[in-house]
Design a protein around this ligand. Structure first.
Ligand SMILES: *[C@@H]1O[C@H](CO)[C@@H](O)[C@H](O)[C@H]1NC(C)=O
Ligand SMILES: *[C@@H]1O[C@H](CO)[C@@H](O)[C@H](O)[C@H]1NC(C)=O
Length: 296
């Protein structure tokens, strides 16, 4: 790893540390485990005629809308309905069906947001839709006798943080092969409140205290190559290197930083796996870095 690259990596870590220092209550990191089934849009489920039905997989909860996933959200809002009714067996799977309904509803509500003015307003609108849909989901949960989704037991900000933390990064990924089978559905019940967006941190990102810190930071990406001189350090210090925390990056305008920080998080996980086998760790880490570079 060249020294400038090493510096870049450590600046990222510095960013995370600054964030720790600036937050009274640090937000725990979100697990970043790529789920291949989810990456391709629709959950993988066997048609009923092909033997036993596998448990339908619903990507729930959906991720909190930010500048970094807004484009995915807009694409998602125009895509065919995420979880068509015929995806589920006629009985059972109540929990998955309720979650699928919430995602379908949100998908429809996001299309309201794709029609509003600026990007900041679209994000604010999407956040309103997200909160409203999850509130409705929780109300639904409490109406029935069931073990309620645990985030629903929290209120206010704690509830949103809880859902956001559970969400997967692939929430809004739409398969590129968009079929024309089931067009987006329209579900009533959401109206964008533009006055609630005025003066919010989203509407005026310049007032965000995090902005000042990140302005001076740069991140050297992709990270340098692991080699025989640094592999020992990469493995030894893996546990103490902090990760990117979604809450710690500015909501708008730094999509590249967020994407690169996420890539580093994934890489850290992969390093962790590589480090388990002393004999192959260097080659393994090299391969992972090469793969990451090819993605950017
Ligand atoms: C989907 O259907 C609409 C009208 O039914 C048509 O205008 C559009 O081109 C179709 N899109 C694709 C991708 O086939
Ligand atoms: C819109 O948001 C404002 C500010 O939060 C609030 O006072 C108002 O009641 C909201 N309007 C509606 C229709 O919900």
């Amino acid at each position: 790893m060249s020294s400038s690259r090493a510096l870049g990596l450590y600046l990222t870590l510095l960013l995370a540390l600054l964030c720790y220092a600036s937050e009274a209550r640090p937000v725990p990191q979100r697990p970043l485990i790529p789920n291949l089934a989810k990456l391709f849009g629709r959950p993988v489920i066997k048609p009923r005629s092909m033997g036993p039905v596998t448990e339908p997989e619903v990507d729930f909860p959906p991720a909190f809308p930010t500048a970094s996933n807004l484009q995915d959200i807009l694409r998602f809002s125009k895509a065919p309905v995420r979880y068509p009714k015929d995806m589920f067996p006629e009985s059972g799977f109540g929990r998955q069906v309720r979650q699928a309904d919430a995602v379908n509803q949100l998908q429809s509500w996001y299309s309201v947001c794709s029609a509003v003015g600026t990007q900041e307003e679209q994000i604010c609108c999407a956040q309103q839709a997200w909160k409203k849909s999850l509130s409705a989901y929780c109300e639904g949960e409490f109406r029935i006798k069931t073990s309620h989704y645990f985030c629903c037991h929290k209120t206010g900000r704690a509830r949103w943080n809880c859902f956001d933390k559970e969400a997967s990064d692939s929430s809004y990924q739409v398969s590129s092969e968009v079929s024309n089978g089931s067009t987006p559905q329209k579900i009533q019940g959401f109206k964008y409140n533009s006055s609630a967006c005025k003066g919010s941190s989203v509407a005026s990102p310049k007032t965000s205290p995090l902005m000042k810190q990140t302005e001076v930071l740069s991140i050297s990406f992709p990270p340098g190559r692991p080699d025989s001189s640094n592999i020992a350090n990469i493995c030894a210090h893996h546990k103490i290197r902090p990760r990117y925390m979604p809450k710690c990056l500015p909501r708008t305008g730094y999509g590249w930083l967020v994407r690169q920080s996420k890539a580093i998080n994934v890489l850290e996980r992969e390093y962790n796996q590589c480090c388990k086998d002393k004999k192959s760790q260097q080659r393994c880490a090299e391969k992972k870095v090469k793969k990451k570079k090819s993605q950017f």
